[in-house]
Design a protein around this ligand. Structure first.
Ligand SMILES: CC(C)(COP(=O)(O)OP(=O)(O)OC[C@H]1O[C@@H](n2cnc3c(N)ncnc32)[C@H](O)[C@@H]1OP(=O)(O)O)[C@@H](O)C(=O)NCCC(=O)NCCS
Length: 213
């Protein structure tokens, strides 16, 4: 995977997750069967995922790296790896997807993260990355759907992403998962703004309804 980790939730020295269930969050894992039968495991990123990030980097084409970072990148520095894996789980949050073999070895598949904006605490920048051999198999959709739910639970009401105009895959992904997403052109970039709605949180409590006779 190319994401972060759940030490975030356990070791955060910053704000605690508001729902008070950070231990459950660390244990949370989704087993997902893709339409083509492939099986992946989605969970919060952990600091121990660092080697998986390094491996994942080698599974990203130059174009995937360019689309993710908006500039050519040929390596991840130790500082980059710290940043990508050392999360607080509230302001900087990420989930990763991995494969798992019979020995329990995990292989990199995808990561999705958001980083809360300092001056606009209800807004966050987000990114999804899928290793090349897993692209166009529904993984990006799985990751973005789950990231939206996690962002809502942490009080984010708007997700933002700046994409290179030619990044058709990401434009399709965002418009598919959140059709009301808005976008505007800014030079070589298309800037997406995704307003989140409580309906996207499957755990939300139904509002009280007035009884009618
Ligand atoms: C963008 C990205 C995450 C999409 O991941 P993915 O796993 O391929 O996405 P999915 O398979 O869930 O596809 C989502 C939708 O986009 C469409 N799509 C995917 N790649 C496409 C492409 N290259 N051109 C056109 N449509 C594409 C899919 O067909 C699907 O739509 P559909 O269900 O209506 O057919 C992946 O391409 C990637 O990692 N790109 C590099 C990093 C990046 O650009 N990140 C964007 C930052 S948000």
């Amino acid at each position: 995977m190319i994401g972060d980790s759940p030490r975030a939730a356990l070791q955060s020295t910053r704000a605690r997750p508001p729902w008070g269930a950070e231990e459950l969050e660390v244990l949370w894992e989704d087993e997902v069967t893709l339409a083509d039968g492939g099986r992946i495991y989605v969970r919060v990123v952990r600091p121990s995922d660092r080697p998986t990030f390094e491996e994942g980097w080698t599974h990203l084409s130059a174009e995937t790296r360019l689309f993710r970072f908006l500039a050519p990148r040929d390596h991840l520095s130790p500082g980059d790896l710290d940043y990508l894996t050392d999360l607080d789980g509230v302001d900087h949050y990420a989930i990763g997807a991995v494969t798992r073999d019979a020995d329990g070895h995990e292989g990199p598949v995808a990561v999705a993260r958001f980083v809360r904006m300092r001056d606009h605490p209800h807004e966050a920048d987000f990114a999804v990355t899928v290793v090349d051999e897993y692209q166009r198999r529904g993984v990006g959709s799985v990751m973005l759907e789950r990231l939206v739910v996690a962002a809502l639970k942490r009080g984010i009401t708007t997700l933002r992403a700046d994409l290179l105009v030619e990044n058709e895959a990401a434009k399709h992904l965002i418009r598919k998962v959140v059709p009301r997403a808005q976008s505007r052109l800014q030079g070589a970039l298309v800037c997406f703004e995704i307003p989140l709605e409580a309906e996207e949180d499957p755990d939300r409590e139904e509002p009280d309804r007035e009884e009618t006779a």
